[in-house]
Design a protein around this ligand. Sequence first.
Ligand code: 2NL
Length: 355
Amino acid sequence: MLDALKDELLSQVNAAADLSALDEVRVSALGKKGRITGFMKELGALTPDERKERGQALNALKDEIAAAIDARKADLAAAHLKARLEAERVDVTLPVRPETEGRIHPISQTMDEMIAIFAEMGFSVAEGPDIEDDFHNFTALNFPPGHPARDMHDTFYLPDSGDKKMLLRTHTSPVQVRTMLNNKPPIRIVAPGRTYRSDYDMTHTPMFHQIEGLVIDEATNMGHLKGCLVEFCRAFFDVDDLPLRFRPSFFPFTEPSAEVDIGCSRKGGELKLGNYGDWLEILGCGMVHPNVLEACGIDSTRYQGFAFGMGVERVAMLKYGIPDLRTFFEADLRWLKHYGFASLDIPNIAHGLTR
Ligand code: 2NL
C-alpha cells in the first residue's frame, strides 16, 4: 500500500511545473494534514512490533519524498535561470550612450584651493545662513545706526514680516559673529560663501562670494595676521617670493585696519605677479575691534584677534585670467568647458592645488 502511495507522490513531484505547484505537493504529503503525516498519527493504535516496522517504513517514505522534492526544486530553479539567461541576453558590443562630462566651476575650484591652504594652517570651515538679521550682519560688527551700508540702496531687505528686519548677508562676517557667540576662544575659522549687495555693473554682481577668516586667542597680534596672509598669498598664487604691502585703511569692525596689495607688473597690458614694483589690491584685514568682541560675548580685556576678507571672484579672475566678472553667472556651458576644472580632482597642498 505504501509502495502505491510512493509511486503516486513521486509522479506528482516530477509533474509539478513550478515552485508553487511543487509546494502544494509537499503540503499534501508532508504538511500537518498531509497523507504521510496522517499515517504517522495512526501509529499509536498499533502493537509495539507493528509500530516499529510501520514507523521505519513511513520514515523512509517521508525521507524519500522530501529528497525528491528538493531535487525537483533544484531542477526547477536551474530551468528558471536558464530561461532568464536565454531571454535577457545582453549585447556587449552595443556602443555606449553619449554622456557629457561635467566641470567644476572656477568659483568652487578657487574656494576649495583657498580652504585647502587655510586648513593646512589649522583653520576650520564655518558656515551660516544667507538670510540674516540686522544684528548679526551690522550691529554686532560695529556699524553705526546711519551707516550707508545699511541703506536699502546697498542691502537687499526681505519684505517686512513684523518681527525683525531680515536681509541677505552683505558679507560672511555674520558667520564669524555666530561662531564667537556660540564658542569660547581660541577660535580659528574661515567662512566661505555667497554674499549679496544691490549692485550691478562691469565689476559688481548682486550675488558674489567671499572668504573671511577669524583668529582669536589671548596673545594673537598683527605679526600673526601678516605672517598668515603672506603665507596664504604665496601658496595661493604659487609665487614663493611674492611681495605683500599692508596699507592703513578703515573698516568699522577692525582697528587697526589694513588693505593688502601684492606685487605685480602691468607692462604691455599683461599682468604678471611678483616683485616688479607695481601693486594690486587683493584683500582687507585688521585686528578685531573690541566693540565687536564685546558684542559677541568675548572679554576684550583678555582676548584679541585678527580678521580678513577677500572676494573669491576677484582672485579667481586674477589667478585664472578670466577677463569678465559677469560671465561667472551666465551659466554658459561653452564658458564652463573652457574655464572649468576636472571633476574629482580636489585641490590639496601635497598633490598640487591646480591640475
Ligand atoms: C574686504 C575686507 C574684511 C573682516 C573682513 C571681520 C569679521 C569679524 C570681525 C572683524 Cl566677525 N572683521 N572681517 C575684517 C577686515 C576686512 O574684509 O575687503 N573684503 C572683501
